[in-house]
Design a protein. Sequence first.
Length: 262
Amino acid sequence: MRAAFAVLLLTLATLATSARAADEVEPEAFARVVVDSADLRTGPGVSYRILYTAHRGETFALDGRPGTGFWLKVLLSDGRTAYALGDEVQPFAVNPSAQHAPSRPGLFAPPPLEGARGGLALVGGILSIPTVGQGVQRYGYVEARPSLVLHKTVSLEGFVGDGLTSDGTQLLYGGGVAIYLAPSWPVCPFVGLFAGGLSVFPSGDSFVLKREDLYVGRAGGGILFALRNRILVRIEATNLSLFAADSYKNAQTYSGGLGVYF
């Protein structure tokens, strides 16, 4: 009987401690937009570039406040820091455990395309390409992908890459258009259509490569997602249609790497 009574007291004490801990969860600070639209900028002033235009009712986590002025530092859904004019947002506190409470940005975030002007990605992977008398050869591959962002759903992209082989240099270059199908999703699929060239410069003792210049049509797609601190991850596969005056062949690239939008 005494043992059962002791167990009951211990259970009640544990429940009371848990309730107090739940009540003592420190509230988190957020800001809600209270005007029709509010420009969130890269710094605390109207001279700074607009990162994102928010609309009435949107909520952002607060990340402190500058020492002077009337600007609040907030976190966008993609993890970037922005500044909102204090007159256009209303700060409030919320218990993180409350039902329907807003949340702070997590580990994964949509790619920071909203408000971006350009970007650069460095990727590496495999170049799979037919060669004369050798069948399909696979080489290590590295590529730079600069981009000019026209809209959060469209960008102009260039590419310069090289197949890594001791037999010579395979220089792939060109440009085209990339379409982002879901720029607000944490994992954003994209497709691209490009054109350019492939120039092959064999080494003096190469029996695998031969000197040639080919026209390239390139199409493919992949996914983009961002981690905290704006680390952008890009994974992509493309098909290359290679044309010469008297020949045609297909090649592929499979690549992944890191990038940034700014």
